[in-house]
Design a binder for this molecule. Structure first.
Ligand code: GAF
Length: 371
C-alpha cells in the first residue's frame, strides 16, 4: 500500500495502524441534520487512508501524499496547525490529553471540490486510527461526533453530523437512515443494479466563494425560526401551515424546506423498504426544487445539471451536499447513462460553463481498518 511505503520512507518505520474512511453523497435530507431531522447518505468508493503511529512527546508530523512538495508538516504543538492540517489536528485536540502527538501519513482519492466530504473522510480516518492505537473503545457514532466537534470547534465550520456519520457508519450496498436527534440509525439496502438503475454523480467543478458564510446564515435562520415557533428545532414542527403563518420572509421559506424535506426522507425510505426504487425520482426532484427556491442554496451549474439530466432520461435528480456548487446526483436507468451525460455536457457547453465531471456512485463501506 503506497501510504504505508510513504510512511516508512518519511518516518523510518512501519505505521502501527492504517484506517480508511470514505466520502459520501446524500441521497436525500439536505440541510436537515442541524435541524435535528433525518438524512439518508451513502458512502462513496473514494476516501482517505490514514497510516498512524502515536508519539508520546506531543509532536505532530503529517505527510500528505497529495501535497506538492512531498515533505511532512512538523508541528511542535497543536496551536501551530494551519490549512488542511486543522482537520487532523482538530481531532487530536478534541481527544485532549487522552492522546499526545502522532506521525501520520495521509492518502486521499476523494475528487477535490466535488462536495463529497473529503474533510469528513479525513477526520474520521484519523479519529478511527487514534481510537484503535490508543484503545479508546469509542463506537463509530462517538467517532463521528468527535470528528464533527473537531470541525465545529477547531476548524470553525458549523456543520451538522451527517457527513461524519456517513463516513463512520455506512455499509456497503446500503444507504444510512439517520435520525440526527436520537442518533438512531438504520442501514437501508440500496440495490440499484437489480432495478437497472444507477446513481450518477455530476460534479459541477464549481465552488462559489460565499458558501461557508451562507451555510452559517441558513443555520442561524433555522434556529431563529424555531425560537419564534417555540420549538426546540424545526424537526418539531407538526402543523406546517400554522407555522408558516407565524413566520415571514427567509425564515418562512427555510422552515418550509426543512419540514417538507424531512417528510421526503421518510417517504423515500418507505419506498426503498418496499422495493420501489424506481419510484424515488419524484422525491429527488421535489428536494431539488425546494433547495433551489425555498432554501436558496443551489447554483446555476447545479440547476442546469439537474434539468439536463432529466431531459437526457434521468428518473430524478437533485443537488447533493451543502450547495453553492459541488455535485448533483441523478437516478439513471443504466441504458440512459450515456444520453444523460451527453445532455448535461451539451447544456454546459451551451452556457459556457466549465465541462462537468461524471462519476458513478456505488454505495461503499464506512470506516475500516486496512492494515
Ligand atoms: C454540509 C454539512 F457538512 C452537513 O452537515 C449538512 O448540513 C450538509 O451540508 C447539508 O445537508 O455537507
Amino acid at each position: 500500500m503506497r501510504v504505508v511505503e510513504a510512511f516508512r520512507a518519511a518516518f523510518g518505520a512501519a505505521p502501527q495502524t492504517v484506517w480508511r474512511a470514505p466520502g459520501r453523497v446524500n441521497l436525500i435530507g439536505e440541510h436537515t441534520d442541524y435541524n435535528d431531522g433525518f438524512v439518508l447518505p451513502f458512502a462513496v468508493p473514494w476516501g482517505v487512508t490514514a497510516a498512524l503511529t502515536p508519539r508520546a512527546d506531543g509532536r505532530i508530523r503529517l505527510l500528505s501524499l497529495q501535497s506538492a512538495d512531498g515533505e511532512p508538516v512538523v508541528m511542535e504543538t497543536r496551536e501551530e496547525s494551519r490549512g488542511w492540517t486543522r482537520y487532523v489536528v482538530g481531532v487530536l485536540a478534541m481527544l485532549g490529553d487522552r492522546v499526545a502527538g502522532a506521525d501520520i501519513a495521509i492518502d486521499g482519492d476523494v475528487p477535490q471540490g466535488a462536495g463529497l466530504s473529503s474533510s469528513a473522510a479525513l477526520e474520521v480516518a484519523v479519529a478511527s486510527a487514534l481510537n484503535d492505537v490508543h484503545d479508546l473503545g469509542m463506537t463509530p457514532m462517538e467517532l463521528a461526533l468527535l470528528s464533527q466537534k473537531a470541525e465545529n470547534d477547531f476548524v470553525g465550520m458549523p456543520c451538522g453530523i451527517m457527513d461524519q456519520a456517513a463516513s463512520a457508519l455506512c455499509e456497503e450496498g446500503h444507504a444510512l437512515f439517520l435520525d440526527c436527534r436520537s442518533l438512531g440509525t438504520r442501514s437501508i439496502p440500496l440495490d440499484l443494479a437489480a432495478h437497472g438503475l444507477s446513481i450518477l454523480i455530476i460534479d459541477t467543478q464549481v465552488h462559489h466563494e460565499h458558501a461557508g458564510g451562507e451555510y452559517a446564515k441558513r443555520r442561524a435562520e433555522c434556529e431563529s425560526a424555531a425560537r419564534k415557533l417555540g420549538v426546540t428545532a424545526l424537526r418539531d414542527v407538526t402543523d406546517l401551515a400554522a407555522a408558516l403563518e407565524r413566520l415571514q420572509g427567509d425564515e418562512r421559506k427555510r422552515t418550509e424546506h426543512v419540514v417538507t424535506e424531512n417528510h421526503r426522507v421518510e417517504a423515500l425510505v418507505g419506498l426503498l423498504r418496499a422495493g420501489a426504487v424506481t419510484e424515488i425520482g419524484a422525491l429527488l426532484n421535489a428536494s431539488h426544487l425546494s433547495l433551489r427556491d425555498k432554501y436558496e442554496v443551489s447554483a446555476p451549474e447545479l440547476d442546469v445539471a439537474v434539468e439536463a439530466a432529466l431531459k437526457g432520461g434521468a428518473r430524478g435528480a437533485r443537488m447533493t451536499g451543502g450547495g453553492f456548487g459541488g455535485s448533483a446526483i441523478a437516478l439513471v436507468p443504466v441504458e440512459r447513462l450515456e444520453s444523460v451525460q451527453e445532455s448535461v455536457s451539451a447544456a454546459y457547453a451551451e452556457r459556457g460553463f466549465q465541462a462537468p465531471r461524471f462519476l458513478p456512485a456505488t454505495p461503499a463501506r464506512g470506516a475500516h481498518r486496512v492494515a
